[in-house]
Design a protein around this ligand. Structure first.
Ligand SMILES: [Mn+2]
Length: 354
């Protein structure tokens, strides 16, 4: 369970509450997945409000100090709670509430609606993963690895990107993933120069690169991994680009230490690629946080000076993309632990020729 006390400390006084409505944050705070509802924090109570569809399951799943309240018309039920607790102002999630919902809340809620700070506080809490959260991320990664290892057997000249992507998605579910973490990127040949290319009818040919950017979701938590493999053979240039990206990845990985900044991780990878003359072909950030969302804080980019701390999980995914020709990206998740980051992947990073 997250440290709910830290969220309570965000409230300036007993007349102020936090109203959490986004699916991700409700799940994070309560541990209970539901497509609708609210999580309310006051100085004295933590309340999960869910409707009839979720009430029985939530009562079984949710532990004290969280109370489960059944709601019928959410806004009326929230007003009742706020009146009971003498709440005069309420923070809402400024980064996820739509303009329309915000205006509805401003009109219908009795307390004054405050629109600054709650999302930042929740994002900050989610930066540091509990050991339980880390275990779920690792499980999601192991599911992906099992599916990936199996699908490599069908990666042969003649197969299409789409066939590979469909099989991977199927296997991720077979091996226990609740779903894929994002639209899987399974691309080959010239398409590999597109960092977020979409799998289509392109046929795998001998001498092509094939890029997998894949992940699973396990109990709400995501995994993220990219491998670029060569089909049957690779030219010297392909090997050289691959080696450049691999060294950039490893340099960034060594920079992932508690106390270092996200910026320094990015710069470690970027400087290496720049020094090899390919800086213009690495146009995205080196990584991002992973957890209940596939992309979360911290962004691993040279402008982000967030200090890395133990139990953050971030990706390291430099790449080089030569337009119209080919691209290489190597991505893994790392758990920040003191002086050495823990590599959460169990698949070798060296160039694999299938
Ligand atoms: Mn990623």
């Amino acid at each position: 369970m997250p440290d709910l006390i830290r969220l309570r400390e965000f409230l300036p006084d007993g007349k102020c509450a936090a109203l959490v409505t986004s699916e991700v944050s409700r799940r994070y705070l309560s541990g209970f997945p539901a497509s609708a509802g609210a999580f309310v924090v006051t100085q004295s109570r933590f309340i999960l409000a869910v409707d009839f569809r979720y009430y029985e399951a939530a009562q079984k799943a949710v532990q004290p100090p969280i109370e489960v309240v059944r709601c019928t018309r959410l806004i009326d039920d929230l007003n009742r709670i706020f009146l009971q607790e003498n709440i005069e102002s309420v923070y809402i999630e400024d980064e996820s509430v739509t303009v329309a919902y915000c205006s509805e809340l401003q009109t219908a809620l009795i307390p004054q609606v405050l629109t600054e700070g709650l999302s930042a506080k929740l994002n900050e809490m989610r930066l540091i993963k509990s050991d339980e959260e880390v275990e779920k991320i690792i499980t999601a990664q192991r599911i992906t690895e099992r599916a990936y290892t199996e699908v490599l057997n069908m990666l042969k000249p003649g197969v299409t990107e789409r066939q590979i992507a469909v099989e991977l998605e199927h296997l991720i579910k077979v091996y226990g993933g609740e779903r894929v973490a994002f639209d899987l990127i399974c691309i080959t040949g010239e398409n590999t120069s597109l960092p977020h290319g979409v799998p289509g009818d392109r046929v795998v040919k001998e001498g092509d690169f094939f890029t997998f950017d894949i992940g699973a979701v396990y109990d709400g938590y995501h995994s993220d991994m990219t491998r670029t493999v060569a089909v049957k053979s690779a030219t010297d240039e392909m090997r050289m680009i691959y080696e450049t990206v691999l060294q950039a990845h490893l340099k960034a990985a060594r920079a992932i230490t508690a106390g270092n900044t996200a910026a320094k991780v990015d710069i470690a990878a970027r400087d290496h690629i720049d020094s090899c003359g390919y800086g213009a072909y690495f146009g995205h950030s080196t990584g991002h946080g992973v957890g209940l969302m596939i992309h979360e804080d911290p962004t691993v980019y040279r402008t982000n000076h967030t200090v890395l701390r133990d139990n953050m999980v971030i990706t390291d995914e430099p790449g080089i993309y030569l337009p119209g020709r080919f691209g290489v990206r190597i991505e893994d998740m790392y758990l920040v632990k003191g002086e050495y980051a823990v590599d959460l992947a169990g698949i070798p990073k060296e160039l694999t020729i299938i």
